[in-house]
Design a protein around this ligand. Structure first.
Ligand code: AMP
Length: 215
């Protein structure tokens, strides 16, 4: 099974497209943001170490994230193909990934760069609301619930991710352009990069992704 990396700014839809891809083709979805958020909500020692950094929209250390990815890629189910979502996010992380894959006898087949205009990204992030009970995702601009700030199914108050407030979003985007965008050239030089338009509706974006990946 092919192995993929999804690259793109916060709000581009890496998580959403990743979930559909993995459900459709059986790849193992590895989202470093999800792994780190699970540590935060479990209040683990690692969670308290990374809390401030994540809530401010900064990056957790390369070493820490690389150790988490190393552990996950070493599991046997990875033979089904993996999808890395949110990793690598810096050039040193990409170099570590190259080493790690070589050690494990794995190879990267494609890096999909999901592209979306900045104005739309901000609305997607700042407007995002989650149901704490069923996990449904809404957006106050594009897909609002029927009753303001309440889940259509569970009728409980919706919440927002702490790092989706306007100030932190600005910081996350700045961090992306400064530290992650250099990976575009890194993977272009390796002939692995494929650009996908992520600015449409979910189904259209996924169709574009399938076409780009030859699926
Ligand atoms: P995400 O869900 O991918 O937007 O990630 C949420 C937050 O988790 C980021 O803003 C970072 O603080 C942290 N994070 C996720 N992946 C990485 C990574 N590869 N390197 C460093 N920090 C990360």
């Amino acid at each position: 099974m092919p192995n993929y990396v999804f690259l793109g700014p916060p709000g581009a839809g890496k998580g959403t497209m990743g979930a559909i891809l993995c459900e459709t083709y059986g790849n193992i979805h590895i989202s470093t943001g999800d792994i780190l958020r699970a540590e935060l909500s479990a209040n683990s020692p690692l969670g308290s170490q990374i809390k401030q950094c994540m809530e401010g929209g900064g990056l957790v250390s390369d070493e820490l994230v690389a150790a988490l990815v190393r552990k996950r890629l070493g599991q046997p189910d990875i033979a089904a193909g993996f999808l890395l979502d949110g990793f690598p996010r810096t050039v040193p992380q990409a170099a570590t990934l190259d080493t790690l894959l070589a050690e494990l006898g794995l190879k990267l087949d494609r890096v999909a760069l999901i592209e979306v205009d900045e104005e739309l990204l901000v609305k997607r992030l700042v407007g995002r609301r989650l149901c704490p009970t069923c996990g449904a995702i809404y957006n106050i601009f594009f897909s609002p619930p029927a009753a303001t700030d309440r889940c259509d199914t569970c009728d409980v108050a919706l919440t927002a991710r702490k790092d989706d407030n306007p100030e932190t979003v600005r910081n996350r985007l700045a961090v992306y352009w400064e530290q992650t965008a250099p990976l575009i050239g890194y993977y272009e030089a390796k002939g692995l990069l494929a650009r996908v338009d992520g600015s449409g509706e979910k189904a259209a974006n996924f169709a574009a992704l399938q076409a780009t990946l030859g699926l």
